[in-house]
Ligand binder design. Structure first.
Ligand code: PHE
Length: 357
């Protein structure tokens, strides 16, 4: 009597099942698939050998083999699902953003890393230039009393000079007594008051910060903008020191081919006062539309501290003198990077922002 080709079937089945269960990774299992359930499996070899059986035995043997195959395939499918789940869990774990105790979404896209905006970056560069020149950096409140923003700066209530600053008033206390600062000059007042109280004069400081005016935004103005204020209070300070500081700053920040010039102007808190202008950075002084063919662009105001301001903060004018200047940080960024329309600074269009990383 010939032995049935299926005599060893149950041994083969257990060998196949233990191979399946021992596969440690999905890749390992899939690589073994042809040998377990595919064409190169013992099950396929046995299938072929059934042809040698007598027709009356073939049907039962076929059914037996079919049953065995179903069992192996089931084990294979179960193990495959198990390994797939494990692989997914590992991938998720690797992608998880762990912020302390808070587990955030699973992120599969690369994270975009931000960078300081152009105004913040410009402010830092300006601070660096002034720190290198021996200035300290301070800041002050964005909401000010009328006294700091105007009165202490020699601009009494209802004085026509107030028209120079279109003011946002805060609905607090008596009407029109609390303002969003219209310039950084009130920080001068804070600094001088503190230095007088602490007996720490002289002052060589710059004060950057956010300012607000009821301006309609256009290519060269924003209602929320940034200024940097400069203040020097020391013995024997003259207008020549002011002009020297402005010129040194202009070369350091804009480059050797950009110069500054001062033109007579009026501010209630400085006397004499000047507007300071720099060589137009668009045409380098040749004359163009941006500078109205003059070759110069106005950057800010400056002047010698008015005796009335020194008096308001208790600085003795017979011992101390000084100067102040103030200019727009946004305007600086616009000039340095040749940005045609300043409103681009607040649009938050990433295509614009990315150019300044
Ligand atoms: N605060 C003035 C302005 O915003 C600029 C300025 C500062 C002028 C300091 C003189 C001295 O217009």
């Amino acid at each position: 009597m010939t032995t049935s080709p299926l005599a060893e079937l149950s041994t083969h089945v257990s060998t196949l099942k233990s191979r399946i269960v021992q596969a440690a990774t999905l890749a390992e299992l899939l690589a073994d698939e042809p040998f377990i359930v595919g064409k190169r499996s013992i099950l396929s070899t046995l299938q072929k050998s059934l042809g040698a059986l007598a027709p009356e035995d073939r049907k039962a043997a076929g059914a037996e083999l079919q049953e065995a195959r179903r069992g192996v395939e089931e084990t294979f499918a179960l193990r495959r699902a198990e390994l797939e789940n494990a692989a997914r869990a590992i991938a998720l774990e690797a992608d998880r953003l762990d912020l302390g105790d808070v587990v955030v979404a699973h992120v599969t896209a690369p994270l975009a890393v931000g960078h300081p905006g152009i105004v913040a970056a410009t402010q830092r560069q300006l601070e660096d230039v002034f720190v290198a020149m021996g200035f300290t950096v301070s800041d002050g409140p964005e909401v000010e009393s009328d006294w700091y923003n105007f009165e202490a700066l020699n601009i009494p209530p209802a004085h026509p000079a107030r028209g120079m600053w279109d003011t946002f008033y805060v609905d607090l206390g008596e009407p029109e007594t609390v303002v969003l600062r219209t310039h950084t000059s009130p920080t001068q007042i804070h600094l001088m008051e503190e230095a007088v109280a602490a007996g720490t004069l002289p002052i060589h400081g710059v004060m950057p910060g956010r300012c607000f005016r009821r301006d309609t935004p256009d290519a060269r103005h924003l209602a929320t903008f940034h200024q940097i204020e400069g203040l020097v209070v020391d013995r024997g300070i003259t207008f020549a020191d002011l002009a020297g500081v402005i010129e040194t700053f202009t070369h350091a920040y804009f480059g050797a081919d950009i110069s500054s010039r001062l033109r007579p102007a009026f501010f209630p808190f400085t006397e004499p006062s000047a507007e300071f202008e720099i060589t137009c950075t668009i045409c380098r002084g040749e004359g163009c539309r941006t500078c109205s063919q003059t070759g110069w662009i106005e950057l800010g105001g400056c002047g010698m501290l008015d005796p009335a301001v020194l008096e308001a903060v208790g600085v003795h004018g017979d011992e101390w003198s000084g100067f102040a200047f103030g200019f727009g940080i946004d305007r600086c960024a616009q000039m340095r990077h040749q940005i045609a329309d300043m409103r681009a600074l607040i649009d938050n269009d990433v295509r614009f922002l990315r150019q300044f990383s």
